[in-house]
Unconditional design. Structure first.
Length: 225
């Protein structure tokens, strides 16, 4: 029996058993894709937005990340430079105009895809969003925010607009689909803290698969609940 004949028999059996036709099934699928069902929300997502930020900070700090809150994006260079003075690290950034046009006293170096970040390198990227449910940063890869800068440097600094802190993963991925309706970014990375692992004896090793240090910089006014 050919593949076409076999599938035709399956369709006929399905229609007889369910009382549907190919047209009605296609219409049902199209409707579900256009209006997907709403998933149950975790308790965190139902809380006021001010609580989302508190939960995000607590979760990130519990995993070893440092969180800095600043009033606006214009004060980010001072905060970053002050933090890096303790490490004497050079700073790399992508082609993100939100970061490249800031008033830097020492301009960061633009990342070159032909070069590998050396030891002691720090990188600054901008997150698409942050999820309070688990304390997770959502990073959408692009020339503005190369995925390389999130994994190879020893220190990863991430700018997060406070109005992009969301309660749940469902909200974050809905935001991604709305922001990229035609095609999602090549990579979407979820980061919940600095890289760490441990062996069977429980010895913790930092920086095994990514940055040793994660610094999250929340900026902007606190959103209304």
């Amino acid at each position: 029996m050919s593949r076409t004949a076999f599938l035709a028999r399956v369709r006929t059996a399905v229609e007889a058993a369910s009382g549907t036709t190919a047209t009605t099934r296609q219409s049902a699928v199209a409707g579900r894709l256009t209006h997907p069902p709403t998933h149950p929300l975790p308790a965190c997502a139902k809380a006021p937005s001010q609580d989302w930020e508190i939960n995000l900070i607590d979760a990130l700090e519990a995993r070893g990340a440092k969180v800095i809150v600043i009033p606006d994006l214009a004060t980010l260079p001072q905060s970053v430079e002050s933090h890096l003075q303790q490490q004497t690290a050079r700073l790399l950034i992508g082609d993100d105009p939100r970061l490249t046009t800031l008033p830097w006293s020492i301009p960061p170096q633009r990342w070159n895809p032909e070069q590998k970040p050396e030891d002691g390198t720090a990188a600054l990227t901008h997150a698409f969003a942050a999820v309070a449910e688990t304390g997770t940063l959502v990073l959408a890869s692009s020339t503005a925010s190369p995925a390389t800068l999130a994994f190879l440097p020893e220190t990863h600094l991430v700018a997060v607009a406070r109005n992009t802190v969301m309660g749940s993963f469902e909200a974050a991925f809905t935001g991604l689909r709305n922001a990229f309706p035609e095609r999602l970014p090549r990579a979407i990375n979820l980061v919940s803290g600095p890289s760490r692992t441990s062996d069977i004896e429980g010895r913790l090793v930092k920086g095994a698969h990514g940055p040793r240090r994660l610094v999250v910089i929340l900026y902007g006014p606190q959103p209304a609940s």
